[in-house]
Design a protein around this ligand. Structure first.
Ligand code: C2E
Ligand code: CA
Ligand code: CA
Length: 663
């Protein structure tokens, strides 16, 4: 069994190794003409030298038949040696088989023919026939070397019988020739076998390397797409968006001549749906949104998901603002079409901010920030609308940056001051306390409204320093007041989120000698929300000193009743937004009434801000409200004026017995 197995292995075509078969086929096709040249020329030479000795049948007919056989084998390789052959593995394997059988048959025919000629030839011619046959066989086998089976078959079939024939001739010269030829044949067989195996191994290795390279290429493509693609929607992600924008801006001129613009779309109402229906539903909604976006945005428009419910849009041919507005409105309308996702239907809106490329000064980041700024205004001014970054926005940004610069270098002690707005109680509308409101007069910019500079101080990280300066100033003034007046002082988010700031404020209060029980700290919902635990800690700390806590601007933010329940509050300040329509609008009145009732039930004071008219005051009084603040009573005043106002108010009541404000 063993030698049989060995031979069957040697003479096998590895038909499952397609790449090897292709390589063998290509190599043999290339060398086939040479093979044909060697075998046919030796055939012609042997026939020629045998003429005159041997019969015509052997010197002309048989050689012609063999020549046709050679041609057929040679022709076996004439199918095109292009990539198309790779697509037909079966065809290649059968051609290789044909080659092996063909050369084996050819070899056999040659050896029979050559030995037949021997009988007619003299010694010299015999030796010449042997030499021609042997050299041509060994040489031709080299042309088959990549197809090991064919090479070995050809050599073995011709050389082994020939050597045996010479050996058995008993003629000394021919026996010596047989020995030499046996040696050479053994070497050629050995080398052909080795080379064939090496060739197969190398082809395999090349194949493996090819596979590995393809895998690496596939992986790197996958990596690239993961790094640049949003996995949920399949859109480009923020990173790809910014890279693309940077490219466009860098290779600029062409794009900005046509009009390059960046848009940021933010969904309105997505968060609520996500909260109510869960993240799965939210994900499907985002997928639907991205589908709608890609279906309406085509041509020179690039869309990406920037994260959350925010999408980025790059428009490459925004020739005018009007065109952008039309595009933006189309997007917003598409967002508003009700969504049917899974088992529920939902309504969303979209706000869109656009910024057009300005050739003078924009880089990619600036362009994006402008679009973001426009989005911020789109959300604030007209929900579900489109806003294009304009001159006014640019001016405001410029102003903000100069405010930031001046505030950062400001002498806070010197430039900051306080005004005080009376807070009055309902029984006699007499002042019971004052809210300290900060004022900044910059020597260069003039008066800046607190809404702006408080925000800037928070952004710049100097609010804690500012709060300390203001509290010190407020306490100096408050110390001048009769004991019945309390001080209401505003804290910002960054104040209550820092334990160090709390300690600092306490040390300021202690140093002032002012009774902490006469201080109310005003905090907003947003400042509590950012870090509830820390806020709770700070507020409890302030309360432990005896100070009171008021929740400011209630009704403007999230107005979550959970904060009222969980936070250690003493007072609630209803935002002035509710008060303006109180005497005319039934809904506003109903909301305010409900909040006043809630405060009664929770036993916390309810202070109504922004009372501007007598009718508002009357309406609120009728609802059971007992503490007020607003222009109707007094605008914020300089410290001395505020005190004078309160004392005069009291004096008038004492002298005349009349109430200052009559309901
Ligand atoms: P706020 O705490 O809600 O302060 C009340 C604001 O409403 C004040 O504006 C006040 O002048 C205004 N106001 C009072 N009564 C009326 C009224 O009847 N009608 C109208 N239309 N407005 C009225 P102001 O002084 O411009 O302050 C704006 C905001 O700046 C404050 O709102 C507060 O959030 C912030 N702020 C002011 N001072 C400070 C401070 O010292 N620290 C902190 N952190 N924030 C402050
Ligand atoms: Ca306040
Ligand atoms: Ca307020």
């Amino acid at each position: 069994m063993y030698p049989l197995g060995f031979f069957s292995k040697i003479f096998q075509i590895e038909k499952d190794n397609h790449l090897l078969c292709v390589a063998q086929y290509n190599s043999i096709s290339l060398l086939a003409p040479l093979f044909f040249l060697i075998v046919s020329s030796s055939l012609a030479a042997i026939a020629f030298i045998s003429m005159g000795y041997a019969p015509v049948f052997l010197t002309i007919v048989i050689p012609l038949v063999l020549l046709v056989g050679d041609l057929i084998i040679f022709n076996g390789f004439l199918i095109p040696r292009s990539d198309s052959s790779v697509a037909y593995p079966q065809l290649i394997v059968s051609r290789l088989h044909m080659t092996v059988w063909g050369v084996a048959g050819l070899g056999m025919a040659r050896i029979f023919w050559a030995t037949s000629l021997f009988a007619y030839a003299d010694r010299e011619t015999q030796e010449l026939i042997v030499a021609l046959l042997a050299t041509s066989t060994l040489g031709a086998s080299l042309c088959l070397i990549h197809l090991r089976v064919a090479a070995l078959a050809f050599v073995a079939i011709v050389m082994v019988p020939m050597i045996a024939f010479l050996w058995l001739s008993d003629i000394a010269v021919l026996v010596i020739l047989a020995i030499v030829l046996a040696l050479v044949t053994a070497v050629v067989i050995y080398v052909a076998n080795r080379y064939g195996l090496d060739f197969a191994r190398m082809t395999m290795q090349r194949q493996e390397m090819e596979i590995k390279r393809a895998e690496a290429e596939h992986l790197s493509k996958l990596n690239m797409s993961i790094a640049n693609q949003d996995s949920l929607t399949g859109l480009a992600n923020r990173r790809a968006f910014m890279a693309h924008l940077q490219d466009l801006v860098k290779n600029g001129s062409a794009s900005w001549e046509e009009g390059l613009a960046v848009g940021i779309l933010d969904l309105d109402g997505f968060k609520q749906i996500n909260d109510v229906y869960g993240h799965m539903a939210g994900d499907r909604l985002l997928q639907e949104v991205s589908k709608r976006l890609t279906s309406i945005l085509f041509g020179k428009v690039f869309v990406a998901r920037m994260g959350g419910d925010e999408f980025g849009i790059i428009v490459n041919d925004a020739r005018c603002e009007k065109q952008l507005v039309i595009l933006g409105e189309r997007i917003c309308r598409a967002m508003q079409v009700p969504y049917k996702v899974g088992g529920f239907s939902a309504n969303l809106g979209g706000s869109l901010g656009f910024a057009r490329w300005d050739s003078n000064n924009d880089n990619a980041e600036e362009l994006f920030e402008k679009a973001d700024y426009a989005l911020y205004h789109a959300k604030g001014n007209s929900r579900g609308g489109v806003m294009i970054f304009n001159e006014k926005h640019a001016h405001a940004i410029k102003q903000n940056s100069s405010i930031d610069r001046r505030l950062q270098n400001a002498d806070l002690e010197d430039e900051m001051s306080l005004v005080f707005q009376p807070i009055v109680a309902s029984e006699n509308a007499n002042t019971i306390g004052f809210e300290a409101l900060a004022r900044w007069r910059s020597p260069i910019l003039g008066s800046i409204p607190p809404d702006i500079f408080i925000g800037a101080a928070e952004r710049l990280g100097i609010i804690n320093r500012l709060t300390s300066v203001l509290l010190k100033k407020a306490l100096i003034e408050a110390k001048k007041w009769p004991e019945s007046f309390y001080l209401s002082f505003n804290l910002s988010m960054q104040d209550i989120s820092s334990h160090e700031v709390m300690l600092k404020l306490v040390s300021i209060i202690k140093a002032s000698g002012f009774d902490p029980k006469r201080i109310t700290f005003e905090v907003t919902e947003t400042s509590i929300m950012s870090d509830c635990d820390r806020a709770m800690e700070s507020l409890n700390f302030l309360k432990s000193l005896g100070a009171k806590i008021a929740l400011d601007d209630f009704g403007t933010g999230y107005s979550s009743l959970a904060y009222i329940r969980d936070m250690p509050l003493d007072k609630l300040k209803l935002d002035r937004a509710f008060i303006s329509g109180i005497d005319t609008d039934e809904n506003s009145a109903a909301i305010v009434q409900a909040m006043i009732n809630m405060c009664w039930n929770l036993k916390i004071d309810c202070i109504v801000e922004g009372v501007e008219t007598r009718s508002q005051f009357k309406a609120l009084g009728a609802m059971g409200c007992n503490i007020f603040q607003g222009y109707y009573f007094s605008r914020p005043l300089e410290s001395d004026d505020a005190l004078a106002f309160a004392l005069t108010q009291r004096a008038i009541e004492e002298v005349s017995g009349e109430k200052f404000y009559v309901m």
